[in-house]
Design a protein around this ligand. Structure first.
Ligand SMILES: *[C@@H]1O[C@H](CO)[C@@H](O)[C@H](O)[C@H]1NC(C)=O
Ligand SMILES: *[C@@H]1O[C@H](CO)[C@@H](O)[C@H](O)[C@H]1NC(C)=O
Ligand SMILES: *[C@@H]1O[C@H](CO)[C@@H](O)[C@H](O)[C@H]1NC(C)=O
Length: 179
Protein backbone atom coordinates (compact mmCIF):
# COMPACT_ATOMS: atom_id res chain seq x y z
CA UNK A 1 0.00 0.00 0.00
CA UNK A 2 2.76 2.44 1.01
CA UNK A 3 4.68 1.50 -2.10
CA UNK A 4 1.66 2.19 -4.29
CA UNK A 5 1.14 5.58 -2.64
CA UNK A 6 4.78 6.43 -3.10
CA UNK A 7 4.63 5.37 -6.72
CA UNK A 8 1.53 7.48 -7.38
CA UNK A 9 3.16 10.45 -5.67
CA UNK A 10 6.35 10.12 -7.70
CA UNK A 11 4.35 9.78 -10.91
CA UNK A 12 2.40 12.92 -10.06
CA UNK A 13 5.58 14.83 -9.32
CA UNK A 14 7.14 13.62 -12.56
CA UNK A 15 4.09 14.61 -14.57
CA UNK A 16 3.95 18.03 -12.97
CA UNK A 17 7.62 18.60 -13.72
CA UNK A 18 7.18 17.47 -17.30
CA UNK A 19 4.73 20.26 -17.97
CA UNK A 20 6.92 23.04 -16.58
CA UNK A 21 8.37 25.36 -19.22
CA UNK A 22 11.73 24.27 -20.58
CA UNK A 23 14.87 26.39 -20.69
CA UNK A 24 15.01 25.87 -24.46
CA UNK A 25 12.84 26.36 -27.51
CA UNK A 26 12.93 24.63 -30.86
CA UNK A 27 11.98 25.28 -34.46
CA UNK A 28 11.89 23.19 -37.61
CA UNK A 29 14.83 23.31 -40.02
CA UNK A 30 14.03 20.58 -42.56
CA UNK A 31 11.98 17.44 -43.12
CA UNK A 32 13.16 14.81 -45.60
CA UNK A 33 10.53 12.19 -46.38
CA UNK A 34 11.45 9.23 -48.59
CA UNK A 35 9.50 6.14 -49.59
CA UNK A 36 5.83 5.69 -50.10
CA UNK A 37 3.89 4.08 -47.26
CA UNK A 38 4.27 6.96 -44.79
CA UNK A 39 4.84 10.23 -46.61
CA UNK A 40 5.03 13.64 -44.91
CA UNK A 41 4.54 16.43 -47.45
CA UNK A 42 5.38 19.57 -45.59
CA UNK A 43 6.58 23.12 -45.93
CA UNK A 44 7.47 25.67 -43.31
CA UNK A 45 5.64 28.94 -42.82
CA UNK A 46 6.97 32.26 -41.60
CA UNK A 47 10.08 33.18 -39.70
CA UNK A 48 9.06 30.71 -36.96
CA UNK A 49 9.06 27.96 -39.59
CA UNK A 50 5.71 26.50 -38.57
CA UNK A 51 4.96 23.07 -39.96
CA UNK A 52 2.25 22.89 -42.63
CA UNK A 53 1.14 20.25 -45.06
CA UNK A 54 -0.10 16.70 -45.08
CA UNK A 55 0.73 13.17 -44.05
CA UNK A 56 -0.24 10.57 -46.61
CA UNK A 57 -0.48 7.00 -45.28
CA UNK A 58 -1.11 4.77 -48.27
CA UNK A 59 -1.91 1.48 -46.49
CA UNK A 60 -3.54 0.50 -43.20
CA UNK A 61 -0.62 0.07 -40.79
CA UNK A 62 -1.37 -3.12 -38.90
CA UNK A 63 0.73 -4.33 -35.97
CA UNK A 64 2.17 -7.38 -37.77
CA UNK A 65 3.64 -6.09 -41.01
CA UNK A 66 4.54 -2.45 -40.32
CA UNK A 67 7.36 -1.53 -37.97
CA UNK A 68 9.45 1.53 -37.18
CA UNK A 69 12.63 2.39 -35.31
CA UNK A 70 14.34 5.73 -34.75
CA UNK A 71 17.61 7.29 -33.69
CA UNK A 72 18.59 10.83 -32.91
CA UNK A 73 21.72 12.87 -33.51
CA UNK A 74 23.03 16.19 -32.28
CA UNK A 75 25.28 18.74 -33.96
CA UNK A 76 26.08 21.44 -31.43
CA UNK A 77 28.53 23.45 -33.57
CA UNK A 78 26.49 23.44 -36.78
CA UNK A 79 29.44 22.04 -38.69
CA UNK A 80 27.54 18.96 -39.83
CA UNK A 81 29.26 16.61 -37.39
CA UNK A 82 26.23 14.76 -36.02
CA UNK A 83 26.76 12.60 -32.92
CA UNK A 84 24.45 9.74 -31.97
CA UNK A 85 22.28 10.63 -28.96
CA UNK A 86 20.79 8.33 -26.29
CA UNK A 87 17.22 9.26 -27.35
CA UNK A 88 16.09 6.40 -29.59
CA UNK A 89 13.12 4.19 -30.35
CA UNK A 90 13.70 0.44 -30.57
CA UNK A 91 12.28 -1.44 -33.53
CA UNK A 92 8.55 -2.05 -32.87
CA UNK A 93 5.19 -2.02 -34.63
CA UNK A 94 4.04 1.38 -35.86
CA UNK A 95 0.91 0.94 -33.70
CA UNK A 96 3.03 0.40 -30.58
CA UNK A 97 5.35 3.29 -31.47
CA UNK A 98 2.41 5.65 -31.85
CA UNK A 99 1.17 4.55 -28.41
CA UNK A 100 4.56 4.87 -26.72
CA UNK A 101 6.10 7.90 -28.38
CA UNK A 102 3.30 10.18 -29.55
CA UNK A 103 3.54 11.98 -26.19
CA UNK A 104 6.56 13.91 -27.51
CA UNK A 105 4.61 15.25 -30.49
CA UNK A 106 1.06 15.64 -29.22
CA UNK A 107 1.58 19.21 -27.94
CA UNK A 108 2.93 20.21 -31.35
CA UNK A 109 0.35 18.33 -33.44
CA UNK A 110 -2.86 18.66 -31.44
CA UNK A 111 -5.56 16.28 -32.64
CA UNK A 112 -8.66 18.21 -33.69
CA UNK A 113 -6.87 21.56 -33.38
CA UNK A 114 -4.09 21.72 -35.97
CA UNK A 115 -4.15 18.13 -37.28
CA UNK A 116 -6.45 15.16 -37.83
CA UNK A 117 -3.61 12.62 -37.55
CA UNK A 118 -5.34 10.15 -35.18
CA UNK A 119 -2.34 8.81 -33.18
CA UNK A 120 -3.79 10.40 -30.02
CA UNK A 121 -6.70 7.90 -30.27
CA UNK A 122 -4.23 4.99 -30.43
CA UNK A 123 -5.90 3.28 -33.40
CA UNK A 124 -4.60 -0.08 -34.60
CA UNK A 125 -4.37 -0.64 -37.49
CA UNK A 126 -3.58 3.00 -38.18
CA UNK A 127 -5.96 3.77 -41.04
CA UNK A 128 -4.63 4.89 -44.42
CA UNK A 129 -5.58 8.44 -45.29
CA UNK A 130 -4.56 11.92 -46.22
CA UNK A 131 -4.16 13.83 -42.96
CA UNK A 132 -3.52 17.54 -42.52
CA UNK A 133 -1.08 19.50 -40.36
CA UNK A 134 -1.70 23.23 -40.12
CA UNK A 135 0.65 25.88 -38.88
CA UNK A 136 2.23 23.86 -36.06
CA UNK A 137 5.14 25.19 -34.05
CA UNK A 138 7.23 22.89 -31.88
CA UNK A 139 5.94 22.72 -28.30
CA UNK A 140 8.50 21.22 -25.96
CA UNK A 141 6.14 20.70 -22.97
CA UNK A 142 6.59 16.92 -22.86
CA UNK A 143 10.27 16.86 -23.78
CA UNK A 144 13.22 16.08 -21.52
CA UNK A 145 14.47 18.82 -19.20
CA UNK A 146 17.91 18.83 -20.67
CA UNK A 147 18.47 18.95 -24.40
CA UNK A 148 21.63 19.85 -26.28
CA UNK A 149 21.52 23.19 -28.10
CA UNK A 150 22.14 23.40 -31.83
CA UNK A 151 20.95 21.10 -34.59
CA UNK A 152 19.08 17.96 -33.59
CA UNK A 153 18.11 15.29 -36.09
CA UNK A 154 15.62 12.46 -35.75
CA UNK A 155 15.70 9.61 -38.26
CA UNK A 156 12.82 7.14 -38.35
CA UNK A 157 12.99 4.02 -40.54
CA UNK A 158 9.74 2.34 -41.55
CA UNK A 159 9.60 -1.29 -42.62
CA UNK A 160 6.96 -3.50 -44.17
CA UNK A 161 7.56 -7.24 -43.77
CA UNK A 162 11.09 -6.38 -42.55
CA UNK A 163 11.96 -4.49 -45.72
CA UNK A 164 12.67 -0.75 -45.51
CA UNK A 165 9.85 1.16 -47.21
CA UNK A 166 10.67 4.69 -46.13
CA UNK A 167 12.54 7.07 -43.88
CA UNK A 168 11.68 10.33 -42.18
CA UNK A 169 14.56 12.64 -41.39
CA UNK A 170 13.64 15.70 -39.37
CA UNK A 171 16.10 18.41 -38.36
CA UNK A 172 15.22 20.97 -35.72
CA UNK A 173 17.21 23.78 -34.10
CA UNK A 174 17.28 24.07 -30.32
CA UNK A 175 18.31 27.26 -28.54
CA UNK A 176 17.92 28.96 -25.17
CA UNK A 177 14.35 30.11 -24.66
CA UNK A 178 13.87 33.81 -25.23
CA UNK A 179 11.61 35.35 -22.60
C1 LIG B 1 16.96 12.21 -47.43
O1 LIG B 1 17.03 10.99 -46.70
C2 LIG B 1 17.57 9.92 -47.47
C3 LIG B 1 17.45 8.66 -46.63
O2 LIG B 1 18.01 8.81 -45.35
C4 LIG B 1 19.01 10.25 -47.85
O3 LIG B 1 19.54 9.20 -48.63
C5 LIG B 1 19.03 11.55 -48.64
O4 LIG B 1 20.37 11.92 -48.88
C6 LIG B 1 18.34 12.65 -47.86
N1 LIG B 1 18.23 13.85 -48.68
C7 LIG B 1 18.53 15.05 -48.20
C8 LIG B 1 18.30 16.19 -49.14
O5 LIG B 1 18.96 15.23 -47.07
C1 LIG C 1 -1.25 24.34 -45.11
O1 LIG C 1 -1.72 23.01 -45.06
C2 LIG C 1 -3.10 22.92 -45.31
C3 LIG C 1 -3.52 21.48 -45.01
O2 LIG C 1 -2.73 20.54 -45.70
C4 LIG C 1 -3.37 23.35 -46.74
O3 LIG C 1 -4.76 23.29 -46.99
C5 LIG C 1 -2.87 24.78 -46.92
O4 LIG C 1 -3.00 25.16 -48.28
C6 LIG C 1 -1.43 24.91 -46.50
N1 LIG C 1 -1.02 26.31 -46.52
C7 LIG C 1 0.12 26.70 -47.06
C8 LIG C 1 0.39 28.17 -46.99
O5 LIG C 1 0.93 25.94 -47.58
C1 LIG D 1 -0.05 30.58 -37.64
O1 LIG D 1 0.37 30.72 -36.30
C2 LIG D 1 0.91 31.99 -36.00
C3 LIG D 1 1.50 31.94 -34.60
O2 LIG D 1 0.71 31.21 -33.72
C4 LIG D 1 -0.18 33.04 -36.18
O3 LIG D 1 0.34 34.33 -35.88
C5 LIG D 1 -0.68 33.00 -37.62
O4 LIG D 1 -1.76 33.90 -37.78
C6 LIG D 1 -1.15 31.60 -37.97
N1 LIG D 1 -1.44 31.53 -39.38
C7 LIG D 1 -2.49 30.87 -39.86
C8 LIG D 1 -2.64 30.87 -41.34
O5 LIG D 1 -3.29 30.29 -39.13
Amino acid sequence: MQMIKLYVLLTLIAETCMSLPKSYQARFVSWNSTGSVVDFRVRFLGRERRLNGSLVISEDLDSKRFTVSAESYSDVSGGGDYKLMPFSMPHQSVCQAAKNFWIYFRATLKYGVNTDIPFELKPCPIPNGNYYMKNASIETDDWPYIMPRGFFKGVATFKKDDIVVGTQEVVIFIEDRTP
